[in-house]
Ligand binder design. Sequence first.
Ligand SMILES: Nc1ncnc2c1ncn2[C@@H]1O[C@H](COP(=O)(O)OP(=O)(O)OP(=O)(O)O)[C@@H](O)[C@H]1O
Length: 270
Amino acid sequence: MIEISNLEKSFDGNQVLKGISCTLETGKCNLLLGGSGTGKSVLLSCVVGLMKPDLGSITFDGTVYTNSKVDIRQEIRRKIGMLFQGSALFDSMTVAKNVEFPLQMLTPDMSLEERRDRVEFCLKRVGLENAGNKMPSEISGGMKKRVGIARAIAPNCTYLFCDEPNSGLDPATSIKIDELIAEITHEYNITTAIITHDMNSVVGIGDHIIFLHQGKKLWDGNKEEILNAQVPELREFIFSSSLVRAAKRVEEEDGPQGLEHLAAEPLSEV
Ligand SMILES: Nc1ncnc2c1ncn2[C@@H]1O[C@H](COP(=O)(O)OP(=O)(O)OP(=O)(O)O)[C@@H](O)[C@H]1O
């Protein structure tokens, strides 16, 4: 579990995080939800260690990260897997080499054979067992996200941070990627944090949702609770989503269907 306590961050007098306290729970998909410019990326950057907060603390499974010694911070960072918005694959390396890269960096004691086995295992886990020799330019956006996930989990990460994993994907592919992240989170009991403004993700994989608005946490809860939340800013956010508007129209015309029903349509592989 990651505990974030009273986090504050300003840029040139502009306060972006205004005393955020929340937990990112183990074995759950923790969604950082909110509109543009509400501080989701800054919050995650502070947690990952790419930015230093002005105030507050971050604790990873009982170990304080903020202001601790370099070796403690490095040890925690080694346990973090990142899935970047644009997948951020190395274009000049094959898919397999991309997945092997963090193993070469982080686990120098691993033998070549162990590394190859781990790459094979991770590619299989994300459904890309036959794509190892392909170049990133030869695969689809959904496949690139899968490679990004395989690369993130390759060094046996304890924490997985995903920056808008659905960006640039069509809705069906987005749902499959969400489902894969959720499966991996639950299967390996990883603490996963996902930046999103996608209501599809909320109703699909929102084990724990933290709603940010103008640098403050206004609400947290799960996907079953969110539709009944009585926070005006959250309600406005939810009910401006095209998914929820479509569900409401269906409900008005055909009776109650439920948002989960819309999100649970069977999909083909991507
Ligand atoms: N390095 C920086 N220097 C100055 N201001 C910054 C910096 N990084 C972020 N900001 C400001 O912090 C605010 C929050 O940005 P942030 O990227 O966290 O929003 P967000 O919720 O992730 O938005 P989006 O969903 O659009 O990505 C914005 O006003 C942004 O301009």
